[in-house]
Design a binder for this molecule. Sequence first.
Ligand SMILES: O=P(O)(O)OC[C@H]1O[C@H](OP(=O)(O)OP(=O)(O)O)[C@H](O)[C@@H]1O
Ligand SMILES: O=c1cc[nH]c(=O)[nH]1
Ligand SMILES: [Mg+2]
Length: 211
Amino acid sequence: MRLHVVDHPLVAHKLTTLRDKRTDSATFRRLADELVTLLAYEATRDVRTEQVDIETPVTPTTGVKLSYPRPLVVPILRAGLGMLDGMVRLLPTAEVGFLGMIRNEETLEASTYATRMPEDLSGRQVYVLDPMLATGGTLVAAIQELIKRGADDVTAVVLLAAPEGVEVMERELAGTPVTVVTASVDERLNENGYIVPGLGDAGDRMYGSAE
Ligand SMILES: O=P(O)(O)OC[C@H]1O[C@H](OP(=O)(O)OP(=O)(O)O)[C@H](O)[C@@H]1O
Ligand SMILES: O=c1cc[nH]c(=O)[nH]1
Ligand SMILES: [Mg+2]
């Protein structure tokens, strides 16, 4: 597994406001959207392209366009939904699949409550979106499902990661073609499985507590 921490002052600036507990939901959603677009620039560095012939007003030339099969973008509901627009803005030809997953806040185990994506992902590049990589249970399960369906290149775009979650991913997904792109690897997880310093519950901060 490859880990890429995006080191950029604009990313750090937006992330700081996102972490601030005084930031309201509307601002949080806007900042998450902007941050994803910055991370997407790095996450798509190896997106597949093919050569194409065009004519400029001056002369024929060759350029590139995104290849087929189209990349698949998979936000993990709920919180990953807040990252979708920022990602597809940079990848307009992408197809979008959905995974609904929830972490049990007592056991910290992830379970899947909704799946809507192609059965056959052979030869597809997939971008998974989830703001938080905490224990890693959610992302490991999501990526194992994508690889089972044949995906041969998976990039997870996460706003924040905990070192514990990165370690679990490295262990559980060893030997698989997986890259994690994040704005920060934070200090640790606390006793409730929350990232420290983190930003709290990403889904709740985007959409409310859902109770
Ligand atoms: O790495 P893990 O320990 O598995 O935790 C991370 C998961 O927890 C959060 O989702 P949550 O279960 O709160 O669902 P929500 O997005 O609907 O709020 C977050 O968006 C990740 O999906
Ligand atoms: O810090 C955390 C950990 C898991 N899920 C969140 O939303 N935040
Ligand atoms: Mg949540």
